[in-house]
Each structure stands twice: as structure tokens, then as C-alpha cells.
Design a protein around this ligand. Structure first.
Ligand SMILES: [Zn+2]
Length: 115
């Protein structure tokens, strides 16, 4: 669990959680669970079974093992030059920049910008 990233999402971009909830699901409840998690310092054990369902399905994918979107996105390929996932320590920065790139892709992109 990346608490800093969770905090950033809830405060600035709760739509990311809502978008994970399928039609017919309770998007407001999922955001509510995220807020509750912040209130209990990210202690998942403090959630009810129902809340934990929201966490596992709609919130956790945003703050753990998040996929890199890649920089060379072409047909059929994700375009990531690194390991495919974003390091935990880089995750909050990715949300702040709104660029979901792993360190390797970030480096390549920086180099391309410099050229
Ligand atoms: Zn990447």
C-alpha cells in the first residue's frame, strides 16, 4: 500500500477510483473506503469485509504494482522499456505529474526531450 499515492488520489483525483468501479457498482462507496483508509493510516485490517472488497478491487490496483503506460505505445505493445510496473517510491510522483511511467521509461523520455 502506497499511502502517499492514496492520499494524493483521494485529495486530487478521486475519479481514478470511481473509474475502476463497474457500472452498477457503488463508486461513492469506493471513494468512501479510500477516505476511511486514510483516516486509519492505511490499516486494511481496520476495514469491514465489504469495505475490503472495495479496496481489493477498486483501490489497490491504483497503489500497488501499477502498470507503466510506456512511451513507445504502438499497436499491440505496451511500449514499456523497463519492467512494466512503476516502483513504489516513484508512484506518488507519477500521479502528481499525471505520467504513469516507470523509472526506465521516464529516463528515456527525459533524454528524448533533451534532444
Ligand atoms: Zn516503463
Amino acid at each position: 500500500m502506497n499511502f502517499a499515492a492514496l492520499n494524493h488520489i483521494v485529495e486530487n483525483n478521486p475519479e481514478l477510483i470511481e473509474e475502476n468501479v463497474p457500472a452498477g457498482g457503488n463508486a461513492a462507496a469506493a471513494v468512501g473506503v479510500a477516505r476511511r483508509l486514510l483516516g486509519i493510516n492505511g490499516n486494511v485490517d481496520g476495514l469491514t469485509e465489504n469495505q475490503r472488497y472495495h479496496y481489493e478491487n477498486y483501490i489497490r490496483p491504483l497503489i500497488e504494482n501499477v502498470s507503466c503506460t510506456g512511451i513507445f505505445s504502438s499497436e499491440g505493445e505496451d511500449g514499456c522499456v523497463g519492467g512494466g510496473t512503476i516502483d513504489d517510491e516513484d508512484l506518488e510522483g507519477c500521479y502528481i505529474l499525471d505520467e504513469m511511467l516507470c523509472q526506465e521509461c521516464q529516463n528515456v523520455q527525459d533524454r528524448m526531450r533533451d534532444d
